[in-house]
Design a protein around this ligand. Sequence first.
Ligand SMILES: [Zn+2]
Length: 318
Amino acid sequence: MVDLTRRGLAASLAALPLLATLPGTVSARSSGALKPLPVTARYQVGRFEVTVISDGYIDFPFELFTGVTPDQARAATQAVFAAGNSGVRASFATYLINDGQRYVLVDSGPAGTVSKTSGYLPGTLAALGVKPTDIDAVILTHAHVDHIGGMVTGNRNNYPNADVFIDRRDVKTFTDPATEARAPAITKSSFEATQALVRLYPRLQQIDGEREITRGISVFDLSGHTPGQIGVKIEDGGQSLHLVSDMMFHPAAHPALPGFGIIFEMDKAAADASRARFFAKAAEEKSLLAATHMPFPGVGRIVKDGASLKWLPADWSY
Ligand SMILES: [Zn+2]
């Protein structure tokens, strides 16, 4: 029983300096950093169990952003204490949806391609007791390598039993030699990853527009960031969660500044317009969103803030 009387408290306080000066050998229970844990967060959406799995992170150099100068990008992130020495940190979230019978994976992370601090998805799936051969379907939100890099290792497909869904427009763009020839060098790895995806997944399904993938899981158009970016809507029993991929990078910029883009966007005007439309609609509908690169787990809502919009992280889901 804790003694909260004045005398008890005084006795406790008097004991504190003594505890603080105990020699290290007496209390040496820790011999260094603990082993890393899988980084996950779980949400229940009706009958769906949605596990957000981090594949790792990257520090995006300020020079990679468009619509702002590097100094403006640094200042915006500094204002929210998010500016690092080498840029702004961005998470790589992937999502495992479990409906009780099937496993659906959304995106596969960069798997070490564009960032050495990535590639944790396979280890986390193993920790959850899910084998790569257990994955029934993979929905890829777009063809950038930080979302599809984990689909293939060398000449092997990593999810051999999965039906793989990706928008036809992205496959067309990222397998087109003429587009590749004029694309910035920094996007080359996305072209290569898309070509490997097409080669190694005979069951790849190129999809056109909005459709249901399985009962309660559907895709919707978010084109702009890439020509065929799609979102994934999970809906059951009056609850829903929208996985919105790269519609938002960091709360320092989004949703307040739809003109804040990134160099990987081949059509900046389309990307900016898409963000402006989406931010307004999401605020109006108060949708629960999950965004790949927002600070982990990147689940929250866009809400009105005076004349502007802001990101409101959702409460932890117990
Ligand atoms: Zn991305």
